[in-house]
Every structure is written in C-alpha cells, then in structure tokens.
Design a protein around this ligand. Sequence first.
Ligand code: GLY
Ligand code: MN
Ligand code: MN
Length: 499
Amino acid sequence: MGWVSEEQKQADNRARATTDELRAFIREDWAPRRPTVTGPSPAAAPAAARRAVLSAAYPKQRLVVPAGGLKVRSNDTDYVFRPHTAFAYLTGLGADREPDAVLVLEPLEDGGHEAVLYFRPLADRDSDEFFADARYGEFWVGARPTLEDVELELGLTARHVDGLVDAVAKDAGEVTVRVVRDADHELTARLDAARVANGAAEEGLQESDDALAHEVSLMRLCKDDYEVEQMREAVAATHEGFEAMIAALPDAVGDPRGERWLEGTFGLTARHRGNGVGYDSICAAGDHANTLHWIKNTGEVTAGELVLIDAGVEVDSLYTADITRTLPVDGTYTDAQREVYDAVYAAQQAGIAAVKPGNKFSDVHAAAIRVIAEHLHAWGLLPEGVSVEDSLDKEHGQYHRRWMVHGTSHHLGLDVHDCALATREEYMDAELRPGMVLTVEPGLYFKSDDLKAPERFRGIGVRIEDDVLVTEDGCENLSDAMPRSSEDVEAWVRRVQGR
Ligand code: GLY
Ligand code: MN
Ligand code: MN
C-alpha cells in the first residue's frame, strides 16, 4: 500500500499492470456523487474577518499563504497532513486539509482583496488518478472536495492549483507579491523564480515575505471568539483525557512500560475527541519528571512516586490545550512531595494572579519565579548569604533557576508555542491584552543525583500548567475545572478511580 516513491520506481518490485480494459471497466457505473458540503463551516466567517484585517494591512499587494505539501514519513508513506498554521488561521481549514492548497489574497482595483483558494480538487472518475494514484487518488485516500464544495464551505473563490504559479507571478514587476515562505519550500522556490522572471527584484524578496509571516503571527496574539471557543473544547477534551489516565493508573503501575500505557490512554482520547495530541505527551514518572521534555515515556510507574503528565488535545480546527498535572501514583502525596507540590502551586497562583490587562507578559513569570525563589531560600538551597532579591537579580544572581530552568508562560493557540515570530518587544515585554491565551506553568525539579537538593526532595519533579485567557479585567483559567491544589488532586484521583 502507498504511493510510489522514486526509490520504489527504481526497484519496480511492486508494479501492477494497468490494461486499457481495466481502465475502461473501472471508470464506468458509479452512482452520482452525494454532496459532501451542505453549508458554510463555522470557521468560515471568523477566517474571513481575519483576512479582512490582513487585507487592510497590505492594500494593493498580493498575499500568498501556502498550506504546504504531504511529508514523507518513510519510503512511500506520508505523515498525516497538517496545514501550515498561517494557512489554517486564514482559511479556517483544519485537520488533514488541504495538501498543496494555497490561499491567495488578490488585490482589487478599488481596494480590498478577493480571497482565492487554489487547491487540487476532486479528480473525475475517468482520470487515472481516480484509481491509480496512491497519494492523492480517491480509491486510496478518499474523495477530496470539489471547487464548488470549497466555495460553499469557506465563502471564497476556489480555483485549480495548476493555475497558481502564473496567477501569482504574472505581474510581479508591478504588484508587490508576498509569500509565507516557511509553509512550502519547494513551492516558494518556484514562486521566487517566477516572480523574478516576471520583473520582481530578487534583492529584498525574503525580507518583504518575512514581514507577512510576522504580521500573521502578531495577529494571532489575541484570539477571537471562535478561537476561544475552540480552546475551550480542546481543554474539555484534555480534561477527559487526564481522567482516562487517572482511571488507567492502577493498570500502569508495575507495568515495565507504564508511562507508555498512560501516553496511549491519553492518545486514545485525543484521537477520538480531537485531531490528536497537540504535541507529544510527556508521561514522566519519578525522576523522569526532571527531564523537562521526557517524551520517550519508556519507564515504569511506581506506587509511592509522582507522575508528571504534560498533555494536550488538539481539536479538529487545530487549536490545542497544554496542561500539566503532577499526580501521586497511589493517590496520596508523601510529606516531601506535598512540600514541593504546594510550593509550585503557590507559585502558579501568584502567576495566574498576575495575568491581567496592563501587566506585561513577563510579569507573570516574575510573580511565579519570586515564589519559587522564596521557597528555595526558605529551604536553605540558595548559596550562603544570597537573599531572594540577590537571586532574582538578572545580572548576578538567578541561582534559583537551577531548579526551574524554563519560563513560566507561552502563548497558546494553533501552535502549542504560539505566535513564534513575535519579537521580544511584542511578546515578553508587551502588555497583556484581552483575548490572549497563555500557559502558566511553574515547576520545581530535583534530580535524583542533585547533591545540592535535600535528600528528601531528590527524584521529585513537579509542574502545574494551566491555560489562561486574558479578560477585560483579569483572567479566566480555562482549565480551572481540573483540580490543582494537592488536596483537590488527591480527591480527584479517588473520585475518578471510584474509591
Ligand atoms: N508541553 C510543552 C510546554 O509545556 O511548553
Ligand atoms: Mn505543557
Ligand atoms: Mn506549555
């Protein structure tokens, strides 16, 4: 099974004969197609509103936003397709939609833009693609939408992708054309060549293009109502996935790959409720919690230890949650675990309290890390004579970061680390605004071989992570329904496990 890679064409070891008789036979006697799209997608109107914002920012310029193509996983097998984030944001298309498609905002004479989606529409049944193309053909991967389907679904103009390069580059000497370059490198190279051939200056092309990608990244900092609703769904599905893992904990204990059992349990919910996981789940039992990106998940889950689980469901529109809970494997924190846990919880409370309009993004980290530093100081872990203020000094201190090397927050949305192209001024140093969604995720990590840590803390790693929406006068913790304090987590485990 699969499409035929170049390597396989050389080897020719799985070639199938296609006769004229088969071609004729396979084309006939199919019932009329039933419509697959019956009306506009709920994502269509918000995507149109976003395009209008971009249109106003680039009058009289042609804007090109590719979805990207299929990516080979091995030989003739592709990864599940995920469109580039800028494309998903500006079209409203999500899971598995639409390989090789390109959104073009075509400038209009009297202002504004026409949105045109170039894509590979459903091939007729009398084409070879219909039955013989394992990468795109209907027999192999199912029917794609028609041009009419997409026009109805998204409320824009749809055209065949074959006309794309000419349409984009035809007058590139007169009209500024900007391309989101990162989405499809091969297409970008073709568009570069075509733009230059049609009179565009090669110099400065990249900078001009990069400004467009940057602008879309910035637009995504504040979520619209539809996006917030999608985030709520992602969080609700993630909540369900965590409860499935809590219910599965007793089965994971003692299994040599208990962490994988938890990962798979979450993955089932993620795939069932949404498109899948928004990033590889971290299921880190015991000392593994101290490896920040522990995604191998190959370890045992042992009674008496903690298991740190950092996981998020990505819904079909591609918005993802990003939530961490650190659970006592047998339902009760030991004294030492609780001491660390409660410190992290206090830091998180302080961080969440700092999420409000007018505060800077970096204030959230400042509030949380101060509480972390205070606890480390009280435990006597900072160097002799170093005060909390000394340690918080950015130029000469920062000793506390030995036990929390990561930041407290990041923007969250279509990408788990969202709005990646915003600059420091636009991100860290910027004021929080209503509609922003960020994580608040302090932690403390005491490796089992950390000789500066008290023995009772060694091997304990705790992170608590929630997804928080900035509101007009403060914030709403979107994942507030998932218990967080040590007592509430213990009660949660008991309730979900029915004991
Ligand atoms: N799960 C990755 C993060 O928390 O940023
Ligand atoms: Mn996380
Ligand atoms: Mn995170």
